[in-house]
Design a binder for this molecule. Structure first.
Ligand code: PNS
Length: 161
């Protein structure tokens, strides 16, 4: 049984993330999608909100579960009996940082490998940050995030000063 971990900020989950989650769910026996806690970026959604949104939009895949972690990713991966970390690569610009993290994680534990999936070309330009900026400025994020996320995003930015 091969268990995969997809870590990230998911602030909020986008259709680009879902593309990777869906493809990983077809390859691996089980997929744990986990939201990082106490990460330096100042988030729009709380951890609980991000997890709830992930639960809702991933409910259709029976082998996908949602979690959260803090501290070292590889330590959490070992505790969760994960065999492989799955990351999405959008563009060459993602590569350097992801390469560094994968090398460092492998140095920390050689039990777990990082596998990269190329995001679908339709999501190559998509990121949670750009989605939040569009929403804040009143633009449409239709097709970029699931409908549930779109609704929550609209409510969230309306409440912001
Ligand atoms: O969605 P993001 O913000 O690109 O996710 C980044 C994440 C959570 C995958 C990365 O920051 C991470 O792995 N954080 C855990 C801390 C850690 O293990 N750091 C050492 C990495 S070499």
């Amino acid at each position: 049984m091969v268990r995969a971990l997809i870590p990230g900020s998911f602030d909020p989950v986008t259709n680009g993330h879902l593309d990777i989650i869906e493809r990983a769910a077809k390859i691996y026996d089980s997929v744990l999608v986990s939201v990082v806690r106490n990460y330096s970026k100042s988030p729009l959604f709380t951890i609980e909100e991000r997890m709830e949104l992930l639960q809702t939009v991933c409910a259709k895949w029976s082998n996908v579960s949602i979690g959260s972690f803090e501290g070292l990713l590889v330590q959490y991966a070992c505790e969760q009996n994960v065999n492989v970390i799955v990351k999405g690569l959008r563009a060459v610009s993602d590569f350097e940082y992801e390469f560094q993290m994968a090398q460092m994680n492998r140095r920390l534990t050689n039990e777990i490998d990082t596998v990269f999936m190329m995001t679908g070309t339709e999501y190559a330009y998509l990121s949670s940050s750009i989605v939040k900026e569009i929403a804040r400025l009143g633009g449409s994020v239709k097709g970029l995030v699931p409908e549930d996320v779109e609704t929550h995003l609209r409510q969230k930015v309306q409440r912001q000063p």
